[in-house]
Design a binder for this molecule. Structure first.
Ligand code: SF4
Ligand code: SF4
Length: 460
């Protein structure tokens, strides 16, 4: 059954266990990504304003994005968060060290994070805030650099005020969608025996010990049922004296079936991610050049209209249409379920479709523009350097004829998987197979219609 089969990778691969338990492994990778991140900021601030020749634009929005959306998130979940450089300076300041566990408490002001912000809403609005400026961010290196710098500064300030990774857990707009899509990934960090956790008196994963810190993401590994809020920081792997923390291989999408933790903020994240993929595809790939100009801020009123339209589609139109779809499904469920509950539950079926849409979208621009990476590797600032002899490699789109096939394949696979998840969710809310099949029909129709819009944009 989906959701039950597991292979303990740490048991199968002892080398992996030793590596992940080492206190050197994570900071070493973070130092590498921090170096690349710093270079991206410096090249954005001081390098050429031509995006295609600037390391910051090419490495962040093409190379990193491709790694993230085509590889890391779908297959390894939150693994990017293990090595992300953005929270690193703040965390190291809190800990007063980089590698070893520093004795004593974290150095912060110990402010309390407001209860009403303990959810994904800040991340939702943060992502939308970045998204409406994305045409500018993606093409102007200095704007992109200031955005990255701002993220890091917010991370440092929050680390000085609050304990643990408040920025990652509640603020980072990237972390929000990585968390959502990590529900699909076939990897999870869990405990092997929850009963052992329940009876373990000292609960070192919560208190920390000489081998490591308490969970920086403020979760109790013994209760973990989904990937969203585990940042794969690996601290509990080091602190658990019972060797109870494991990393499992599992079927894709297992967490989408965990009913008890579904929430409206996460459902909205699913709408926003799907809506943004749809709008980006329309703006960047559609035949309407005027929208491109509006998104690019040709005039402030034009951009204002574009921003309003963008927000309305994401926050009102898409959820509104889905609400109507769910209302129809509710008539067919066959047992009393509140419309609000069903609306939130079925929104989780949109997650694999949204991820597939981003994969399809990314194939387009990553394969077409990926070759710019070789040039900026040798000349990151666009100052006519040639560090590795690749500065003059010409722009060469990779497999341009293959791209539509990859896009169609990703979208169809995503749709089929989303329909399967819709059925499983319908089954959780209905009295029998027949009702579940009936109830999933409107939702499947909705998702099929969205997929056709994507296909129309990609292959005409
Ligand atoms: S320290 Fe290990 S056994 Fe104890 S509660 Fe935490 S994960 Fe469970
Ligand atoms: S559960 Fe473990 S790996 Fe996940 S964030 Fe907490 S300490 Fe890190």
């Amino acid at each position: 059954m989906l959701g039950q089969r597991r292979i303990n990778l740490l048991h199968r691969i002892p080398f992996l266990k030793n590596t992940l338990k080492s206190r050197v492994f994570q900071p070493a990778l973070m130092l590498i990504t921090l170096f690349v991140f710093t270079l991206a900021i410096l090249s954005g601030l001081f390098g050429t304003p031509a995006g295609s020749r600037n390391f910051g634009i090419i490495f962040v929005w093409i190379v990193w994005w491709a790694l993230l959306i085509l590889l890391l998130v779908p297959f390894l979940g939150r693994t990017w968060c293990t090595i992300c450089p953005i929270p690193a300076p703040g965390e190291w300041l809190q800990r007063r060290g980089i590698v070893n566990r520093t004795p004593g408490r974290l150095r912060t002001r110990r402010w309390r994070w407001p209860r009403r912000l303990k959810n994904m809403w800040l991340q939702n609005f943060g992502f939308l805030g970045v998204a409406i400026f994305s045409a500018v961010i993606l093409t102007r290196p200095n704007v992109s650099a200031w955005l990255l710098l701002t993220f890091m500064m917010i991370g440092v300030v929050l680390s000085l005020l609050y304990e643990n990774r408040i920025f990652c857990r509640y603020v980072c707009p990237v972390g929000g969608f990585i968390g959502l899509y990590s529900l699909v990934a076939p990897i999870e960090l869990r405990v092997s025996d929850p009963q052992l956790c329940a009876t373990h008196a000292t609960k070192d994963c919560i208190t920390g010990n000489e081998r490591g810190y308490s969970c920086p993401w403020m979760v109790f590994p013994g209760n973990l049922a989904r990937n969203n809020y585990c940042g794969m920081c690996l601290e509990c792997l080091k602190t658990c004296p019972k060797n109870n923390v494991v990393i499992n291989l599992r079927p894709f999408g297992s967490d989408l079936l965990v009913a008890k933790e579904r929430q409206l903020d996460e459902a909205y994240k699913a709408f926003i991610m799907l809506g943004c993929a749809l709008l980006y595809s329309g703006v960047l790939l559609g035949p309407w050049s005027w929208i491109k100009q509006w998104a690019n801020m040709d005039t402030l009123p034009h951009w204002g209209l574009y921003a309003i339209g963008f927000l309305v589609v994401n926050l009102v139109v898409l959820p509104g249409l889905f609400w109507l779809t769910t209302a129809l499904a509710r008539h067919l469920v066959g047992q009393p379920v509140s419309l609000g509950r069903l609306f939130v539950d079925f929104a989780y079926a949109l997650i694999p479709l949204g991820l597939a849409a981003w994969i399809a979208f990314s194939f387009g621009f990553v394969l077409v523009n990926g070759s710019y990476a070789l040039g900026v590797l040798s000349d990151p600032f666009g100052w006519d350097w040639n560090l590795f002899g690749t500065a003059n490699v010409p722009w060469t789109p990779l497999w341009p004829t293959l791209i539509p096939f990859l896009q169609v394949g990703a979208l169809i696979a995503g749709l089929l998987f989303a329909i399967h998840i819709a059925y499983r969710i319908a089954r959780q809310n209905s009295s029998g197979h027949r009702q579940a099949y009936l109830a999933m029909l409107p939702v499947s129709g909705f998702m099929t219609a969205i997929t056709f819009v994507f296909l129309r944009l990609y292959i005409g």
